[in-house]
Design a protein around this ligand. Structure first.
Ligand code: HEM
Length: 448
């Protein structure tokens, strides 16, 4: 093995390093740096050093072959970023705790188990369609907001059934405040610690107290109820490990918030981008509608019905290739190591760009073109296409997301035409997820 390959460093300012470029537009910066410097580059935010990785071979070597070296960077004793909000849920925990939780929760998220939640998904879809009909003919809406609304209802209904909708109305805005704060502070080493009473810190603490209060109240209520429910909360409360141990209230709180957070904005973005792309590609839309017409009109779709939707999956995949909802993954390097002959230093953070990978000209023909056909052959796309991540930390909710996206897409396309209000190409923005900058204004036209 050679240790002498040099990793290019992105040019920056003497003190701040690349902080200003990142703050201006992190998403754009990552794309530009790959193009200008290559598939492995190093950059610096003040005193903190990072690597940006955009090549399948490097990703496999790091996230699959050295998952013990490239670890989640959340420290429960000094929580930062998402860890501040999610505590030690599945997304942010590590080592034995994560392993135990993953084993405990895996069965809940199996495709066969999730089918039980289909009625809740369809009911949220029905509410959306009723709302759209209520807006009158040719209503103009921001599609990104509409998709957030419906996926929030799906995760709420599938998590808690309908028993606590009044409480959940307060939960969503509090969670939003927390996530914005965590995204802003995650990579900024100049952030003041939480005990400093800045306005942002005070708002964060108030929102967290509100959110925790609501969740603990819901858990307590449910523990005291005798009648069974078909929802994720019930499944989490009943989940037990090999020795029969169940989760504590604290762990349930962390997992509930984690699933809420990981499970709705991501799916909302997939649906928004997919409808955007379909509006710009009428030929794809017609073919997709023909396939979706096969879904039963008079009963709940079954898992087998959904398995048949080969073209729908190709469309969703191509949409997630162009606009991967989670544009990057981040890991801390636990000890000095090497990938493909490059030496990487302990303590630095590695950013794996799913976005760069999905647009890499070495692996995709005409990468900027929307072409679902490319997903209809059986080519291997391991480590080149990974909207749900890879390795042991791969998304646990991938079946949930696909089930939900297929059902909601089918319902919306059957009853409405979604027309874009602007012919301009919509710009993507990286917040916590990759979303359309400034939302997506559309006209909703009911179909006869
Ligand atoms: C299209 C929608 C979705 C996308 C693109 C997506 C993407 C991802 C990605 C990339 C990861 C890996 C993060 C990492 O390695 O650091 C992840 C993890 C995770 N996702 Fe998703 N996700 C989606 C939907 C969902 C849904 C619907 C749920 C739950 C209902 C969910 C729950 C989770 C959880 C709990 C993890 C952490 C898994 C672990 O570390 O063991 N996700 N997701």
């Amino acid at each position: 093995m050679s240790h002498n390959k040099t990793i290019p460093t992105v040019k920056g300012e003497l003190l701040l390093g690349n902080l200003r470029q990142m703050k201006a537009n992190a998403f754009q910066a990552f794309c530009d740096w790959q193009r200008s410097y290559g598939d492995l580059v190093s950059f610096r935010l003040v005193t903190r050093h990072f690597y940006l990785v955009s090549h399948p071979k490097l990703i496999e070597q790091a996230l699959v072959k050295q998952s013990d070296v490239f670890v989640k960077m959340y420290d429960p004793k000094k929580p930062t970023g998402l860890g501040l909000v999610l505590g030690q849920g599945l997304l942010t925990s590590r080592d034995e705790l994560w392993q135990r939780q993953r084993r405990l929760m895996q069965p809940v998220f199996q495709r066969s188990n999730l089918v039980a939640l289909l009625p809740q998904i369809v009911s949220a879809g029905d509410h959306l369609l009723d709302r759209w009909r209520g807006l009158g003919n040719d209503a103009e809406v921001n599609l990104a907001d509409e998709m957030l609304r419906v996926t929030l209802e799906v995760i709420t209904q599938t998590m808690f059934s309908t028993s606590v909708l009044d409480k959940v109305d307060r939960l969503a805005p509090a969670l939003d405040t927390l996530l914005r704060f965590s995204a802003k502070t995650a990579m900024n080493p100049l952030r003041l610690p939480l005990f400093v009473p800045t306005q942002a810190n005070r708002q964060f603490k108030a929102a967290k107290a509100l959110l925790d209060g609501i969740i603990y109240e819901i858990i307590e209520q449910r523990r005291n109820q005798a009648e069974p429910h078909t929802d994720l909360l019930e499944m989490l409360l009943n989940a037990s490990d090999d020795s029969g141990n169940k989760m504590s209230d604290r762990q349930i709180r962390d997992e509930v918030i984690t699933i809420f957070t990981a499970g709705h904005e991501t799916t909302a973005n997939v649906l928004t981008w997919t409808l955007y792309l379909l509006a710009r590609h009428p030929d794809v839309l017609s073919r997709l509608r023909r396939e979706l017409e096969q879904l039963p009109h008079d009963r709940m779709p079954t898992s087998e019905d959904l398995q048949q939707l080969v073209y729908t999956r190709a469309v969703l995949n191509e949409s997630m290739r162009l606009y991967p909802p989670a544009g990057i993954l981040m890991r801390k390097i636990a000890r000095d190591t090497e990938i493909d002959g490059y030496s990487l230093k302990q303590g630095r953070l590695a950013i794996f760009s799913i976005y760069n990978l999905h647009h890499h000209p070495d692996f995709w023909q005409q990468p900027e073109q929307f072409d679902p056909e490319r997903f209809l052959n059986n080519d291997s796309r391991r480590f080149v296409f990974m909207p749900f991540g890879t390795g042991e930390r791969v998304c646990i909710g991938n079946h949930f997301a696909l089930l939900e996206s297929q059902v909601l897409l089918g319902m919306m396309l059957r009853h409405f035409d979604v027309q874009l209000l602007s012919n301009e190409e919509t710009e993507a923005e990286m917040a916590v997820t990759i979303k359309p900058k400034g939302g997506l204004p559309v006209r909703l036209v009911a179909r006869g």
